[in-house]
Design a protein around this ligand. Sequence first.
Ligand code: FMN
Length: 174
Amino acid sequence: MSKIGIFYGPELGSVEKVARVIEQKLGADKVELIAVKNADESTLNKFDKAIFGVSTIGKINWNSEHKDTDWDEFTTHFGKVNWNGKKIAMYGLGDHIQYPQHFVDALGWMYERLEGTGAEVVGFCATEGYTYEESEGIKDGQFLGLPIDEDNEADKTEVRAENWINRLVNEFGF
Ligand SMILES: Cc1cc2nc3c(=O)[nH]c(=O)nc-3n(C[C@H](O)[C@H](O)[C@H](O)COP(=O)(O)O)c2cc1C
């Protein structure tokens, strides 16, 4: 069975912390953790199944031209990735108290970059149990990946991750 690549960025903060929670729940022998900062298309091409971990760092940043996050750089390689047959799931860090109108917008930003590549995006998540006003991370009434709020609801992370992974295992087909 091929491993699942958990691609995360940035390093050292909550995105990395949740990457390790997911690694532990999936089983360390089944996954490979990869900081996107150190990755390019050849790293991603090794995996049929991957999980992308992102954080939302502000509406203004996502809409602007500047390209200084690890994911901004990594997504410039997307045109060279062999997406056929790949399944991608996403989790997104956000803060629903400080940014209720842009909660986990980065899930939508990433989805836009995956749409039309040929990859199958899996791991959508029901909005029940989350408090927010608006989110670009929602499509057809579902979050496009797993939202996690370590700033305000760190106590919910374990259960949220576990429930999501239980469903994801089926969608990934292993
Ligand atoms: C400058 C800044 C802007 C942010 N903007 C948003 C936002 O628009 N929406 C949101 O849900 N969270 C927002 N957040 C919260 C972060 O996504 C959250 O703190 C996340 O856990 C950071 O992950 P990291 O520690 O791995 O960087 C913002 C945080 C900062 C510092």
